[in-house]
Design a protein around this ligand. Structure first.
Ligand code: KG4
Ligand code: ZN
Length: 338
């Protein structure tokens, strides 16, 4: 406790970011240090789990020190240690969980394990001081695509999710075949602005009537088939047109399903979360559709959309406030339900 504020240390290592943050009273970011391994994985075209774990191990103590220093606090001032316990890469998760346990054990502070996706949703509590549940959430990241009813800080019901690829994964794969590099999301977002989204028609997959599930693997294959057939015919491909047409096909489906979810549940608040929530097309389309329906749209700043420790600290604070601490026997889980 410092200046009467409750300080949470948030640790996130579920994929390729080693991130640690200090957050006061669940919403005020005092530091948000993110050591990204993107430069390393550019050369591999994606994350290599074993290499990611080794880099977390090398980086984590330095990230912790920097985070405390930037917040102007000592480990003794921290009231709660929050850490991502899943879902994610197991070796990577264990680096964060082991560090959190070591800190909690040595300092006698309580520890709380956080669901990574509840963390992503909680990034919005930091960004929007007035936001409180209930609301609808659209979570789109490298590993997940879900529409979730959030009734309380720790009460989430999944209404729909992807049956195959996650949106971010699809962006990354399409970017790779277009030769745009890793991570593909921001690159496709940028190049699509120069392209024509109606140049190529890729089928929109809505699945069964009223279903809030997604399927993106067919779209990914359609892009690959298009590129192969153009190559075989000796035609040059306009990458901006392919990116824009692919992105439009993804977003048409996501936006329609998010609007359907809000309308059927009569929900007037929609929250975006996860790496793909940084996408400019998604924000632009939802801004418009939500305005038409008088739905208030919330999204975090781009730095809070992708993986960070602040969102984990915020989620940990609310979980602790409602349910208390976890034991030191808490663990990491590659797959984890809400
Ligand atoms: O949430 P996140 O940092 O990690 C996971 O939990 O997966 O999300 C990373 C994903 C990557 O697939 C990345 O390509 C995508 O988010 N992404 C984007 C954008 N920025 C990041 N996708 C589309 N447009 C963006 N601007
Ligand atoms: Zn994430």
């Amino acid at each position: 406790m410092k200046d009467n504020k409750f300080l949470t240390l948030g640790i996130e290592t579920s994929c390729d970011e080693t991130a640690i943050s200090v957050v006061a009273d669940g919403r005020e970011v005092l530091s948000n240090v993110i050591s990204s391994q993107i430069d390393i994985f550019k050369n591999y075209g994606g994350v290599v789990p074993e290499i990611a774990s080794r880099h977390h191990l090398e980086n984590i103590n330095g990230v912790l020190e920097t985070s405390l220093k930037e917040a102007g606090v000592a480990l003794d001032d921290i009231d709660l240690v929050g850490v991502t316990m899943g879902p994610g890469l197991i070796g990577a998760l264990l680096m964060g969980v082991s560090t959190a346990k070591a800190i909690a054990f040595a300092s006698g502070k309580p520890i709380v394990g956080v669901h990574h996706l509840i963390g992503h949703v909680s990034a919005n509590f930091i960004q929007h001081a007035e936001l409180e549940p209930p609301f609808m959430a659209l979570i789109t990241s490298g590993g997940h695509t879900e529409i979730v009813q959030v009734d309380d800080y720790d009460k989430l019901t999944v209404l729909g999710g992807t049956r195959d690829d996650a949106v971010g994964e699809c962006y990354d794969k399409v970017a790779r075949v277009l030769g745009l590099g890793y991570p593909g999301g921001p690159k496709i977002d940028r190049i699509a602005k120069e392209g024509n989204s109606e140049a190529i028609h890729f089928k929109r997959v809505y699945l069964e009537k009223d279903s809030l599930d997604f399927s993106f693997s067919g779209l990914k294959t359609a892009v690959l088939n298009y590129l192969n057939s153009e190559k075989q015919a000796g035609r040059e491909v306009n990458r901006a047109d392919v990116a824009a047409s692919f992105q439009q096909a993804v977003m048409d489906v996501i936006v329609k399903k998010a609007m359907d979810a809000c309308e059927t549940r009569k929900e007037k608040k929609l929250v975006l979360a996860g790496g793909v929530a940084a996408n400019s097309k998604l924000r632009e389309m939802l801004d418009k559709e939500c305005a038409k329906r008088h739905i208030k749209l919330y999204y975090p700043a781009p730095i809070l959309c992708t993986d960070n420790g602040a969102m984990i600290a915020s989620a940990a604070y609310y979980k602790y406030t409602k349910n208390g601490a976890d034991g030191l026997d808490m663990d990491a889980y590659p797959y984890l339900e809400f």
